[in-house]
Design a protein around this ligand. Structure first.
Ligand code: CUA
Length: 278
């Protein structure tokens, strides 16, 4: 039979081991983040992304504090009130404590919800009138894009005219506005080109199943739904190439469903468009 002294000695060692393990995990996380020498979000390249990042960081900060506080207290109480052979005590309620842990989270959650609702309505507001308008279509497993011709109008679509090679966008040849539409495969041979500091409205279609148009650098993510046109607008703020991903599990090759987007100055964009149309 172990004596009382050796039992409490074993418990103390177990607690110390627990604390050491916790410190080890914290050290591993901090070292990994420091070694990567950056936040895990990709560098921001759109105007709208700033408020999204701020809300994300605020939310993450608040839940981190709450997490450490709650689990720290839990560990502390487990340690402080461990079994020493005493009788357990019981009391029914503690009004001050209950009000505190109801009101503070309620205020924080209301604040976060209101800022999220405001941000959501700004992101989904009507695009400015000078916005560039392009269409993007997801399909198993790649992205296509459509630019209107010099007439500035997208031609009519009629699925009866669909042909995988000759008419992948199913443009109606009877519609004059469809004659000059530019259709590009932005997963293989082509790229989606946008203009820096100019708002762009992307109208999103899906050919077959649900996809999700995702540009991590712009903090843009919008579902592509068969049979309807969804849309999202944003303003790229940095030139350069960026990745389009599909963020909706859409089949066995979902993971290769990527596209390319290039942000250019207005002059570069105009030159590219003229060259691509000719
Ligand atoms: Cu398309 Cu995943």
């Amino acid at each position: 039979m172990p004596t009382n002294d050796t039992t409490s000695g074993t418990r103390r060692s177990a607690a110390l081991l627990g604390i050491a393990l916790a410190l080890l995990i914290v050290a591993a996380v901090v070292t990994t983040l420091a070694a990567r020498s950056r936040w895990w979000l990709p560098p921001l390249a759109s105007a709208q992304g700033r408020s999204i990042d701020q809300l994300f960081i605020a939310t993450f900060g608040i839940i981190s504090v709450a997490f450490v506080l709650v689990h720290g207290l839990l560990a502390l109480f487990v340690w402080l009130y461990r079994d020493r052979g005493q009788r357990a005590s019981y009391w029914h309620e503690n009004r001050a404590l209950e009000l505190t842990y109801t009101i503070i989270p309620a205020i924080v959650m209301t604040g976060l919800t209101l800022s999220a609702a405001g941000l959501w309505s700004r992101i989904h507001s009507a695009p400015p009138p000078q916005a560039l308008v392009v269409e993007v279509r997801g399909e198993q497993f790649g992205w296509k894009a459509r630019y209107p011709g010099p007439d500035g109008k997208f031609g009519r679509i009629d699925p009866r005219h669909y042909s995988a090679r000759e008419n992948p966008w199913a443009l109606d040849p009877a519609d004059p506005a469809a004659q000059d539409d530019l259709v590009l495969d932005i997963s293989t041979t082509g790229e989606l080109h946008l203009v820096v500091d100019r708002p762009v409205e992307v109208r999103i279609r899906a050919k077959d199943v649900l996809h999700s148009f995702f540009i991590p650098a712009f903090r843009v993510k919008q579902d592509a739904v068969p049979g309807m046109v969804t849309s999202i607008w944003f303003t790229p703020t940095q030139t350069g190439p960026y990745e389009i991903a599909c963020a909706e599990l859409c089949g066995p090759l979902h993971y290769i469903m990527r596209g390319k987007v290039v942000v250019q100055t207005q002059e570069e964009y105009d030159a590219w468009l003229a060259q691509t149309r000719s």
